[in-house]
Design a binder for this molecule. Sequence first.
Ligand code: ATP
Length: 499
Amino acid sequence: MTPRATQTDTQASLRENFASPGPARLLVLGGGGREHALVWSLAREATVEAVFVAPGSDAIGDEPKARCFPDVSALDPAAVVDLATREDVDLVVVGPEAVLEAGVVDALSDAGVPTFGPTRAAARIEWSKAFCREVAAAAGVRMARGRDFKALDPALAFAREIAGARGSRGVVIKADGLMAGKGVTVCDDFATAESALKALFAGVGETTKPEAQPPKPQAQPAVVVVIEERLIGVEASLIALCDDHGALALPPARDHKRLLDDDKGPNTGGMGAYSPVPDLPESLCATLIDVIHLPILAELARRGAPFRGALYAGLMLTPEGPVLIECNARFGDPEIQVLLPRLAVPLGPLLCGAAQGDLAGAAGELGIQGRILPTTGDAAVAVVLAAANYPETPRKGDVISGLDEAAGAGATVFHAGTKRDGAGNFTTNGGRVLAVVGLGPTIRAARAAAEEAADHISWQGMQRRHDIAAVLPRAAAAAPAADSPDPVSEKAWTGGGAS
Ligand code: ATP
């Protein structure tokens, strides 16, 4: 089958035309779908000569200019510094959060290697929800009303207060620490919050009965729990490239967390994503950068933990305006898979600029104006294909068929968890296995492209959703009724401030 010329190719050649100086030799850390998208994107830039990846994957190693080091652990600071130095790289780009927590960026920084990714002290904003709330409060960034607790009894009293408050929609209980999306319980009522709190504090508080305790999640030795009011709205994310005090936003994106259609089933790492987000117009994103990202960067710098890397703001678009619900210290997965194919400028020079504290200079050289990176105008939709038994115990080793046909249909397929077997076939090797990305002039067209391509791919027990980007919230540009606040209006920010 002759592959159709994809819009992705068109977009890539757009970026190849930029002669702006960028990194020639890069090292990308990680080996999942996010890193495949990063390598795919960087390898297509004119100034890039080589993209080294640790550990990478079989599929990543197939990208042009890419070379994987499967024996180098991205979590081993000494091994990463050694590889970066040996290969004389201009820039290291960090993918997963675990690499940040392992102190790899700190080691690279000590060795004088420019790195896109925050130090451990700055990345704490991701894995400590209590720290994130503290920084947001000091920076005047609005989050849900809430507090953190180290003991059961005061936590129960606060949860009761939140649940009983007039107009309450419920309580959210969050374990502090990197919990891979499994540390949050959204509770409709106090009874559910009570059992969630007792589970988290099992063995810590004096009032719990040992025989009634569910297993304790292994967050960190001292249990810290954040309790928040439950917000009602639609979620979206806004990720920005940051350098200590400056931020440049990627377009907004929205992911689909639940395993099954109609937002049913268990939470996952993300079963699909789309960009742009009709109810989060790019004009508002510029305001959000001013009222969320920049104040947080300033506060982190003030605390001696300047942030260089991707600052991910998870937002709830409520009737009273967007509210920050979490910060991550890296690119979102699968959000980045729909963001990178939309970019009309090369990423390498911007990541390099951010890593060296001169994001504004790098943006200026590329002729970028404003706070949002320019796009090709295409929309993008990613449909994630997951292994049998995901998210509990994903089955490995199932042979994947239809990859060539999917590529022939014009989609880009990013590999999140695959491995080549002895016969040369790709097989499942993780929970989320592939992200099939379609592009088009509208979200509807991009969705059709992704769906059509995903239909070609199968393996035993494959799981996917069929409603990614199927129902789109009303565009925010539609005028709101006079008596109902615009969900994303700038004025909704007045009076904001963390509780
Ligand atoms: P992830 O690993 O998916 O990034 P996380 O474990 O870091 O998640 P949060 O992002 O804070 O935790 O919360 C996970 C999900 O819980 C959110 O995407 C949202 O759906 C829900 N949630 C969190 N806080 C609230 C809140 N205050 N009100 C309503 N829902 C919330």
